[in-house]
Design a protein around this ligand. Structure first.
Ligand code: ADP
Ligand code: MG
Length: 410
């Protein structure tokens, strides 16, 4: 494995984070030429995602409603004749190279590390889902992205999904998009070592313009649900608090353990199997903390179903109270919010958002606000003011548009 100089990597990082959605593809093609001296056979790209509603429901085998956003990771790629896999990214240093025939050994030896564990892990995981990697020629992959890394918009699923689709088409593999979502999840769980569900990859691979992906995390059945934000005169703002807590991973594990304990005590395979009406019994059987964890998950599943029904029956403007209730549940019952997220949500609501909530795993990260287009400037100002008043660093605020899932770029 080889690495380029630190200056190059730093410059590339700056370039990568500044790239806007409209630049997708061009950075990857240029990087590919830098890597190989030739042109890519094609560019494949996949989006990051925002979860509209359904938090900590995935590992409880419940429901989530994410959508693909207009920030994408692009992979310029071409096959190689010599069985070598080479990856380079505007974000990471590199290039990193490994023979395809070595993927299994390198994975077993724990040698897939750092950012390249994502693309190389995906290549390895394709073999775990039935692809015959002994028959493929190798590939050069050059990666560029406009998805901010580590901001809760799932740059990880974007890189996994883009690489999975690029290699599948480049190597002529026959794997469905549902399978590619599992490939990305396997890479992230086993090669990178991050315990994540399948929501992010499903949104990135199955998303469609102006729509969300309604995913049943037990059956993995996915349905595309039109959002109609634009028709309703609404935009979705992301308020990234910039807060990243050390204890996020520990907190995630603890919440997961509480949910499993709650399900076991109530005699169901997963919290998905409980209804809101079962909560009275749960309150009697469980200690207060476990009860409140269970209550969040059971009511959040209900809110996802209600959001889907409301979107279909009454349109996007009517889902605000469900977003608000989701936030309160995460703040008071699941206890995964932080003051910055609560201030962002309160300020957004005060400035005219129809609904707002923290999104993602919690302990920091971003809030989302669904807001009339004309209220966006007032909302930005109100959030800035509220953060300044509390002595918080100013958050990054931007609009995301529900967009197409992974595809080959024209
Ligand atoms: P998030 O998914 O919220 O952005 P994660 O920690 O799950 O944050 O994933 C971020 C990691 O994924 C990065 O640290 C890096 O290792 C990898 N990654 C994401 N995008 C890219 C990219 N364009 N190039 C290289 N690595 C990337
Ligand atoms: Mg991620």
């Amino acid at each position: 494995m080889t690495g380029s100089g630190p200056e190059t990597a730093a410059e590339r990082r700056r370039g990568g984070s500044a790239a806007g959605p409209q630049q997708r593809g061009t950075g990857a093609r240029a990087l590919f030429r830098e890597l190989t001296g030739g042109d890519a056979a094609g560019v494949w790209s996949a989006p990051g995602r925002v979860n509209l509603i359904g938090e900590h429901t995935d590992y409880n085998e419940g429901f989530v409603l994410p959508f693909a956003i207009d920030r994408r990771t692009a992979v310029a790629a071409a096959p190689r004749a010599d069985g070598l896999l080479r990856v380079v990214s505007t974000f990471g240093d590199g290039p990193v190279e490994l023979p395809v025939a070595e993927l299994g050994r390198a994975h077993a030896a724990g040698e897939l590390r750092g950012w390249s564990a994502y693309p190389l892990g995906v290549a390895w995981a394709l073999g775990e889902f039935g692809a015959d990697l002994s028959a493929v020629p190798g590939a050069d992959l050059a990666i560029d992205s406009s998805v901010p890394v580590g901001a809760g918009l799932s740059s990880s699923a974007a890189i996994e999904s883009a690489v999975a689709l690029a290699l599948t088409e480049l190597w002529g593999l026959e794997l469905s998009r549902e399978t590619l979502a599992k490939v990305g999840q396997r890479a992230e769980n086993d090669a990178v070592g991050a315990p994540t569900g399948i929501m992010d990859q499903s949104a990135s691979l199955l998303g469609e313009r102006d729509a969300a992906v309604f995913l049943d995390c037990r059956s993995l059945a996915a349905e595309v649900v039109p959002l109609g934000f634009a028709e309703a005169g609404l935009v979705l703002r992301v308020i990234d608090t910039g807060v990243r807590h050390e204890h996020a991973t520990g907190g995630y594990r603890e919440r997961r353990a509480s949910c499993e304990a709650g399900a076991a005590a109530l005699g169901v395979p997963a919290l998905r199997d409980l209804e809101v009406a079962d909560l009275d019994r749960a309150r009697e059987l469980l200690d207060d903390i476990t009860f409140r964890r269970v209550k969040h998950v059971v009511t959040e599943d209900r809110r996802v179903l209600d959001t889907v029904r409301t979107l279909r029956a009454d349109g996007a403007a009517a889902i605000g109270p469900l977003l608000d209730a989701s936030h309160v549940s995460m703040r008071d019952d699941f206890e995964i919010s932080v003051p910055e997220l609560d201030v962002a949500v309160a300020a957004a609501r005060a400035a005219g958002a129809v609904g707002a909530r923290m999104t993602g795993g919690g302990f920091g990260g971003a809030a989302i606000a669904l807001v009339p287009a004309e209220a966006v400037p007032a909302l930005s100002a109100e959030v800035e003011k509220a953060f300044a008043a509390r002595g918080f660093a100013p958050p990054a605020q931007f609009t995301v548009v529900p967009s197409d899932g992974a595809h080959r770029d024209p």
